[in-house]
Design a protein around this ligand. Sequence first.
Ligand code: MN
Length: 306
Amino acid sequence: MQKATRIVAEAAFRGRYAAPQAARAPRRKRGAAPPSSKLLPRGVRLHRTIFISDTHLGTRGCKAELLADFLKHNECETLYLVGDIFDGWQIKRWYWTPAQDQVVREVLRKIEHGTRVIYVPGNHDEFLRDYVGQTAFGVEVTREAIHETAGGLKLLVLHGDQFDGVIGCAKWLAHVGDRAYTLALQLNDGLHAARRWLGLPYWSLSAYLKRAVKNAVEYVSRYEEIVAREAARRGVDGVMCGHIHHAEIRRIGDILYLNDGDWVESCSALVEDAHGHLEILRWSQSAPQSDPAPAASGVQAAPLPA
Ligand SMILES: [Mn+2]
């Protein structure tokens, strides 16, 4: 059993995007009573809104135990599933575990207890885009959404894959850069021996990796800028997306750029409290500790296949 731990990040943002005056009363769901902090069991936190994406259920990469644990210990009035929740691309190699089952049960339990769940499909679960405008099992499916924070900010909520074509950096190289780190260390010795045996000249793996990481970082920042530009064009205050597996809260011009990360590597969610404060939560097995500032994450900026 995973120990519930919470790592708080981006504390600096606390208060910066808070409600200018008193927070507005959150909108109540029709019918079921909303979750109330008075009734919460110990160790459970109540948020106004939780955003998660890129859980890639159905793959081996999905950190389902941690995700189920997170959902168990974090309640909310509204839960946004910001795409790539199920991985339909892996349907031929479908991988399902009791923990992944538990994730689904946790979401359904939330609905039963009055949480509004809004599902914005991504590219890996685009088969669900056929259900846009419909509600299934209490989950509202929509192409994109506008979320208004308790502080009155209008956030455009979308997965973000529609910007892939205009980024102009090689995503596959960013992807390779990410994968290369884990593989390279294992392959390094064998690779050098093999190249020597084949009579090939020395080839610097580290130089290659440096290039790949630089590309990955460029990819992320290009993506963030393009998404923010779209948000500005749409006249909203901010944009909440996923897709590149890189959690972030930052200002880009007048736009508040928010990305809730993923549950393949970083195990992160973006949460809003009753006053409209926005923060990134990272869920981990280890003891709670402060999360370094986003810029300090360095090589972890490399995105995954989005
Ligand atoms: Mn995606």
